[in-house]
Design a protein around this ligand. Structure first.
Ligand code: PGA
Length: 303
């Protein structure tokens, strides 16, 4: 098969957008130029890669197969580039990291400092909830994975690099906002806004309730930390979140941390990888950077 990498790049873009026009815009080409290349690629393969139904296009079975192959090929080429750079002793190339959603509140600050120190590293960040991040870790999809608790069922190496207190929060207008020593069962009289199943935050809260013989009642489930914060701000209920997620609202005095027994839950952030994984030089450098600098960077940015 005489297909070229250029054709595969175009194909991947069309397959991702399921649109010739959007792929052309992304690659700064004209739509006819993309269509011609895809036609030629189909000629090499001997089968159509897309089918049109009404105004929409879909991948054919051959298209799906080629798409999977493209993912492998480009992944491999990315790591080849990184290892060639390593041979030259330079710290450059791609760094692919998955993080749990709550880590979005501080990881960009650490990335920014790392990018300043190592400008030739290109960072790719994927954000998912805990369950999806675990799936990626199991399938070795990333250089490193950041989460709130290392899994026990997998053979992983995990380093804690930052503290991660979970706190009970309410609107500053809430009747419990300024009370002290609130017993844990008192929370059950409130609407507790919870993250979705699969969230690490939710798992930690449920474990704490079980440990204290409290039957959890998820009265309202909201699928993101941002939605929960909005719910708390409008006094829809109280919630429990990582302190990292609420610095702005605390500073603006819109949200209060409640003084509830057993809280804050003391947790840490972990950077993990499969123990058998051979880390690239870029990944090792980032890991070192994370362990040495995170606490300082995050403290400075929340002063
Ligand atoms: P989450 O994970 O964003 O999926 O809730 C956070 C954590 O594990 O602490």
């Amino acid at each position: 098969m005489n297909m070229t990498l250029r054709q595969l790049t175009l194909f991947q873009a069309v397959a991702q957008h399921l649109s010739f026009t959007r792929a052309a815009i992304e690659l700064s080409l004209t739509q006819p130029a993309v269509s011609i290349q895809i036609k030629q690629l189909e000629g090499h393969i001997g089968m159509p890669l897309f089918e049109q139904i009404g105004k929409r296009i879909f991948l054919t079975d051959a298209g799906h197969q080629l798409y999977k192959a493209c993912e492998d090929i480009f992944e491999r080429l990315g790591s080849l580039e990184t290892s060639l750079n390593e041979l030259q002793g330079s710290i450059k190339g791609q760094l692919k990291i998955s993080i749990v959603t709550t880590a979005t509140y501080f990881i960009p600050k650490i990335f920014q400092a790392f990018a300043r120190a190592y400008p030739e590293v290109s960072l790719r960040l994927n954000v998912y909830n805990r369950i999806k991040v675990l799936e990626r870790l199991t399938n070795n999809k990333d250089d490193l994975v950041i989460m709130g608790q290392a899994p026990e069922h997998l053979n992983v190496t995990a380093h804690s690099f930052l503290n991660n207190p979970l706190v009970v929060i309410a609107s500053s207008q809430h009747q419990l906002a300024n009370k002290s020593n609130i017993p844990l069962p008192r929370l059950l009289q409130e609407n507790i806004l919870m993250r979705e199943v699969g969230s690490g935050t939710r798992l930690a809260i449920e474990n704490n309730f079980v440990k204290n013989n409290i039957e959890t009642q998820t009265t309202i489930e909201l699928g993101s930390t941002e939605a929960i914060k909005q719910g708390v701000l409008t006094n829809m209920g109280i919630s429990i979140l990582s302190k990292h997620a609420i610095y702005f609202e605390l500073a603006a005095k819109k949200i209060n941390i409640l003084d509830v027994n057993t809280f804050p839950l003391k947790r840490d952030w972990y950077v993990t990888h499969l123990t058998e994984k051979k880390l690239s030089l870029v990944a090792k450098t980032f890991l070192e950077f994370l362990l040495t600098n995170s606490q300082k960077i995050v403290e400075q940015s929340t002063l």
